[in-house]
Design a protein. Sequence first.
Length: 323
Amino acid sequence: KGNTLKASPPVFFPFLPFPLAAKSFPYKRTPFFQIPPNSSKPHSQNLSLSLKTMALSNNLTAVLNFIAFLCSVPIVASGIWLASQPDNECIHFVRWPVVLLGLLVLVVSLTGFVGAYWYKETLLAFYLCCMAILIALLLTLLVFAFVVTRPDGGYAVPGRGYREYRIEGFSSWLQGHIVDSKNWGAIRACLAESDVCSRLTRSYLTADQFFAGHISPLQQSGCCKPPTVCGYSYVSPTTWLNPANPTGDPDCYNWSNEPNQLCYNCNSCRAGLLGNLRKEWRKASTFLIVAAVVLIFVYVVACCAFKNAQTEDLFRRYKQGWA
């Protein structure tokens, strides 16, 4: 009756292929555009919840970027440790890649922290893009280092506490790019000027101490002493006389007791350098692998948090536009 709609003429809507006519049915007259008195309260609560969620995502991203910043510390420390080793001081192009990569991770992490703390979407997008590239570079470096250092040219020597090395036992990449004839002249001169061999004379006073000592591959293989197969008699760690088997190895003829000569021209010295390099990179890889795992975890969670923050920001703008 008073609350009953009567039949009305057909109404045409442009998106319907047929006219829509209202039928007579009981219905309480309430305009569709009328907003109930309490409808603004749920809306304000949802908007407040959206803002809190977005702030939580930004804070989480900031914390994760701080963790990534901490992960850059062991990367930089590993690179500095590698660069400070005596053999790496003579191989210039392998000294600084890890240090440079760690510094880039540090700078990018700080950028992401600033972008998350003050919610700068441009900085956050820059952080996510650059961090993905740095993680890919770190993983590539680890895989490459593992592949080229996997072969070990070392072999046990009877009655000795150390191992000796043959250059043929190492990867062809290390042989062709580290100790090839083009690079070896500068490396040899650098090793001769260092105290790699002179330190042995201060550490070992007797033959028994020297033969039982656990010295580095660079010192034990042939840079500071002749190969064991030559049968030289021990006088001091850098002085050897009267070879019993001078034809046992071509390096037997390259040995000299001159401090600036020793066995720096020997293939066994090149093998010892590669053995040292392999040992050091394997130690550094342990810290780099841990840092890479943490960085990947942080990056995945940061991507999720950034996506959630963007979604909440979109909802917030949508709700503000329809308030």
